[in-house]
Design a binder for this molecule. Structure first.
Ligand SMILES: [Ca+2]
Ligand SMILES: [Ca+2]
Length: 228
């Protein structure tokens, strides 16, 4: 970089795009040449340290509060690293003893999926390591429920919607809650939750098909829930 200046103490700035190799600092040289062509030079060295990537988990379970066992849980993350010449590899550890090695990853984002085999609350970690072994991590928790517990949780969520709409909405919500909770029409075993708790997924699906509960949709613009 050459800069014409009449200042007694001129200053120039430079941003390094990567750290130097350890033990081999960058050499910075400066030269001053006057109008008559006389020149003087000087130099020094500077160590530029690596910066570890900063990882952010941008999504897990697509925003859902829990996942049933055996269902793929998606995770997405991004990272930053001021060393623009660095390359990176990524990995996700799922908290159940398993891990997904992603290989080379880009700043635009990384993603992985995993199906948990057992219910529980798992600490999930996304890690990005740059070519200089600088490692950044981010963690989040994932709640995994058995199918029966997931149905119970959905029932709880539906109950939380009661009273937010009109009487017709509440009536439809109660119908859905009853069908999930085995109390519809006084038949003790027709609810999906009870069948799932008993391990009978096929019967639960058949029950849902026969007594298909109304679907619940949210109207974000009005914060009103309706059953249709
Ligand atoms: Ca670096
Ligand atoms: Ca770096």
């Amino acid at each position: 970089m050459c800069k014409e200046s009449t200042e007694a103490d001129p200053q120039v700035n430079h941003t390094y795009l990567d750290n130097n190799t350890p033990g081999t600092p960058y050499t910075v040289s400066s030269a001053v040449t006057d109008a008559a062509g006389a020149a003087a030079t000087d130099s020094t060295t500077i160590d530029v340290a690596n910066v570890t990537p900063e990882v952010t988990i941008t999504g897990v379970m697509a925003g859902r509060p829990f996942a049933p066992v055996g269902i793929d849980v998606p995770l997405t993350a991004t990272f930053t690293d001021p060393g623009t010449l660095d390359t990176h590899v990524g990995a996700v550890t799922w908290g159940d003893g398993s891990a997904t090695n992603l290989g080379a990853v880009q700043r635009s984002g990384l993603s992985a999926t995993h199906a948990f085999a057992s219910p529980g609350n798992y600490q999930v970690e996304a890690a990005v390591t740059d070519k200089d072994n600088g490692a950044g991590t981010a963690t989040t928790s994932v709640t995994v429920l058995s199918p029966g517990a997931a149905a119970d949780a959905i029932t709880g969520l539906l109950k939380g919607l009661l009273g937010r709409g009109d009487a017709q909405t509440d009536a439809l919500l109660r119908t859905a809650i009853d069908q999930l909770g085995s109390r519809n029409s006084g038949v003790a075993t027709n609810g999906a939750a009870a069948l799932l708790r008993g391990g009978d997924r096929v019967a639960a699906l058949e029950s849902s098909a026969k007594r298909r509960p109304p679907s619940v949709q949210s109207h974000a613009s009005t914060s009103r829930w309706c059953v249709c």
